[in-house]
Structure formats: C-alpha cells, structure tokens
Design a protein around this ligand. Structure first.
Ligand code: GLU
Length: 299
C-alpha cells in the first residue's frame, strides 16, 4: 500500500495539518506501507518555495518520514494538460466566462449544506457567442445527474448526486492554473497512491474526484477523512491561530510531547503522554480514531 502527504506550501504547518499528517503516516507505517510526499504548490499566488522547505523540515522534526518525493505540482502542468485534453475530447469541458460577481448573483439552487451551485450559464453558449467573448475563460467539467458514493475508512458511507449537490465544476482557471480537483486525481491516480488520509474539509470533494477517476480510467484510492480541530465555540482552527503554527509549537514542545497530545486527542492514547511516531505506529488502529470534530481547549 502507498499513502501520501500532500501539503500546500502556503504557510507554516499548523496543528490541524500535523494531526492529519500524523494519522496518514500511522495508517501507512502501521501496515508496512510506502509513504510519498507531494508538494501541492499548484497555485503560484499562494505558494512559496521557502514554505515547502520548512514543511519538510517540520515533518522530519516530527519523525514523520517518507520514502520518495513525487514531482511538485508546479512542475506537472504537462500531465494536467494531457488529462484536461482527454476530458475535452469526451465533450465534457466548456469555457466559462462568468465573473465572480455573476457567479454570486446567479440564482442557482443551493445544495443541502448551503453551497451555491453553478447555474450553468455558460454550458450552452453557441460557438458564435463564445467567439464574441473577449476575455480568457475558465474551464468547467459537466457533471451527470448521478450519485457518486464510497465507503470512507473512518466516516462510513458518503455520497453525492453531482448535478444536484455539486454542479459543473472548474478544472482550469482563466489564468491557466489547473484546479485542485484535476491535479489531485492526476497525481494520486498516476502515482499509484492506494490510500488517501486527509481532513474532513475535503470529504465533499471526493465524489467529484471519483467522477474524474472514472473518466480518466484511473484507480481511486481508499479514502479516510479525519476530524478537524475546532475551538470550543465550534470554529475551525486555522492558519490564523499563530500560536498553533509549528514555528511557535517547536519552541514549546518536543516532537514526542506534541505527538502524544495529538494522539490523545485522536483517541489513540488514554493520556497525553510523550511518545514517538514509531511507538504510536505499533499500537495504531483506525477503530480507535474519533470521527467527530476534535475540540481543542488548550494544548
Ligand atoms: N493540499 C491539500 C491541503 O493541504 C490536501 C489535498 C488532499 O489531501 O487531497 O489541504
């Protein structure tokens, strides 16, 4: 089996990233699998090389190692372009000229969770209407009125009807940057990844990704979506909580102290005692891992 870390170098790792990375690593290493690292520096506006170096240093400090590094996303444009063309050949891709404002204004039905669905404004433009546009388009993938579901390793069954719950989604931005959904499926699928462990915030991306796996004839991995860390008021902890980024945490904790606390929060340890990643791997079982958001009162 092969798992991966797929961090985005858009800032310092914070506690929530460490939590997901720890579980991804434990799941793989407890079963003797291979771990890959892929720097998801897809978006040139948000990602920086220094952050990628710091991420690697932080993972090493934690004792979360990897066997091989996959090509960073910023160097994979040709691979994404080839998959994009394959989708276009299927007749499922169309240019979208909607501005941000138009997307908000369009009165599309809302999915159950309040997400605004794309109204399909550009889906049926004629060639003449497209030719009359002067700006560079973004590109969308048409979705079918079909349910895509899977058995999550931690959360159980999850499904979405793509037309009803999601809508046609972007696979390439107007500035030419390929979208996360297309890049991640290309990289995991072509890279032979058999297990993806990541945060719950990406659970509802998975049906879209399964659709892409199907269209591109790639084999999907087993997915496990791990709980997010939240403040006592239910708010998700984010990169804005500066005291929870690894720069600060590394000054105040040893790797073993930090892993022990996170393992305790995850449900893997009865008490937040110091422990190494290797020691945790010996005892790891998905059965012990909590499914619900993890409330962090203080570390
Ligand atoms: N790069 C994404 C992130 O840091 C993770 C994507 C994934 O695991 O599929 O949130």
């Amino acid at each position: 089996m092969t798992g991966r870390f797929a961090p985005s170098p858009s800032g310092r790792m914070h506690l929530g990233n460490v939590f997901s990375a720890m579980l991804a690593w434990l799941s793989v290493r407890s079963r003797g699998g291979r771990m890959l690292l892929r720097i998801e520096d897809l978006d040139p506006d948000r990602c920086r090389r220094e952050y990628a170096e710091t991420l690697k240093d932080d993972l090493r400090w934690l004792g979360l190692d990897w066997d091989r590094e996959q090509t960073p996303q910023s160097q994979r444009t040709a691979a994404y372009a080839a998959e994009f063309e394959r989708l276009r050949d299927l007749g499922l891709v169309y240019p979208c000229y909607c501005s941000r404002g138009e997307l908000h204004a369009a009165s599309a039905p809302h999915a159950a969770d309040g997400r605004v669905l794309y109204a399909g404004t550009c889906r049926n433009l004629t060639e003449a209407q497209r030719a009359a546009k002067t700006k560079a388009p973004a590109w969308r993938l048409m979705v079918p009125d079909r349910v895509y579901g899977f058995e999550d390793g931690l959360q159980g069954h999850f499904e979405e009807n793509l037309a009803r719950d999601c809508g046609d989604f972007l696979i390439r931005r107007a500035d030419g940057v390929y979208a996360y959904q297309l890049a991640v499926v290309t990289d995991d699928g072509q890279g032979g990844i058999t297990e993806v462990v990541r945060g719950m915030d990406l659970l509802d991306s998975t049906p879209r990704q399964l659709y892409l796996y199907e269209l591109l004839h790639l084999t999907p991995p087993q997915f496990s979506h791990v709980p997010l860390l939240v403040a006592p008021d239910g708010r998700r902890l984010s990169k804005r909580e500066k005291d929870l980024d690894l720069g600060v945490l590394r000054q105040n904790y040893t790797p073993e102290q930090l892993l022990g606390r996170l393992a305790h929060l995850a449900g893997l340890l009865d008490r937040p005692e110091s422990v190494s990643a290797r020691e945790l791997a010996g005892e790891f079982s998905w059965k012990k891992v909590k499914k619900e958001p993890v409330v962090l009162e203080r570390l």
